[in-house]
Design a protein around this ligand. Structure first.
Ligand SMILES: [Fe+2]
Ligand SMILES: [Fe+2]
Length: 321
């Protein structure tokens, strides 16, 4: 075990989820996450997912088609997003939280950091539950037969873990959790709008309220661990952080193609959309803007004071020179 190098007093009052018992959705929310009885009526003016966040909807073949096509593509996106969330919470974030709880890292973990990790684990279990519940209802509503498959990001993150030597795996799990938990709040904040179907909006706002606490917690834990890492471990962690960041903002080409084909879009339109989504410049832009909270947490932990690390991030255009 590596003991903290500095007076642990400076970490006082950190590593908690605040008043978890009286604030966490799983403890306090009275939402039931069921589709409203007036769903047909709501769909005349409300969306399943904000269309403005799906740039491919502005393709002329979609924007000039019956609005029901846009509605259906938004429903497809919501189901994919919820299915991805369920897997992410259980298989990725909670695996990352386990390494904190069960002393898998080679750093001393304060007791309150473990308690908060156990609370966070509970939150994520609840998020997986309500995401799955809502996804199943939307699937039933449309009679969707194309069952969701594993999101490309989950597969890519698992491959990264498989390629990591055994003794570094716990830290890699932690880094994946840190990236995931610092990007999700911004992601949910953008999605959670009052133009959505009421139960989708309630579910997203419950999730967002929890994730704001999680993001702060993971940033503090990251800072605490980074402080204790050797320069060599910092360098290898920075390399992995870059890889993880770009994985989180890749688009899932296969899924998108299936979704577009489900509304009988022409082959040409599908190809045009897929080419735009795969553009490397768009990928960099999505990563830089979507990961702004992660990049800020790295800055706060003084990660970029190490010139090689600063260089690495500016070479990949996540930082200005
Ligand atoms: Fe969550
Ligand atoms: Fe979370």
């Amino acid at each position: 075990m590596i003991e903290p190098l500095i007076d642990p007093g400076i970490w006082k009052n950190r590593f908690t989820l605040g008043e978890w018992n009286t604030h966490a959705s799983v403890r306090t929310s009275d939402h039931h996450y069921k589709l409203p009885t007036d769903i047909e009526k709501q769909l005349e003016s409300q969306d399943w997912f904000p269309p403005a966040l799906l740039p491919y909807l502005s393709h002329p073949e979609i924007s000039s088609a019956d609005p029901a096509i846009t509605k259906r593509l938004c429903a497809n996106h919501l189901v994919n997003f919820l299915h991805y969330t369920t897997l992410l919470e259980h298989r990725i974030v909670n695996r990352s939280v386990e390494v904190i709880i069960h002393d898998e890292l080679e750093f001393t973990i304060p007791r309150r950091m473990k308690t908060a990790a156990l609370q966070l684990y509970t939150d994520e279990g609840y998020h997986a539950l309500f995401s799955n519940q809502l996804a199943e209802q939307v699937i039933d509503f449309y009679g969707m037969t194309d069952r969701p498959t594993t999101h490309r990001r989950i597969t890519r993150l698992n491959h990264l873990i498989d390629r990591t030597p055994d003794k570094q795996r716990a830290l890699t799990w932690f880094l994946i959790g840190f990236v995931s938990e610092t990007i999700i709040a911004k992601d949910l904040r953008e999605v959670c709008q009052n133009t959505l179907v009421s139960s989708v909006q309630e579910m997203l706002s419950d999730h967002l309220a929890d994730e704001a606490r999680h993001s702060r917690y993971f940033s503090e834990v990251f800072h605490y661990l980074w402080f204790q890492m050797s320069d060599e471990v910092r360098l290898s962690s920075a390399r992995q952080l870059l890889e993880i960041l770009f994985i989180f903002f890749e688009s899932d080409k296969k899924w998108l193609e299936r979704s577009l084909r489900s509304v009988q879009l022409s082959k040409t339109a599908v190809q045009q959309i897929l080419i735009t989504m795969a553009d490397p410049q768009h990928h960099i832009f999505r990563t830089r803007s979507g990961a702004s909270s992660t990049l800020q947490a790295l800055k706060r932990a003084d990660c970029f004071k190490q010139p090689e690390i600063r260089q690495m991030f500016s070479n990949r255009r996540l930082l200005d020179e």
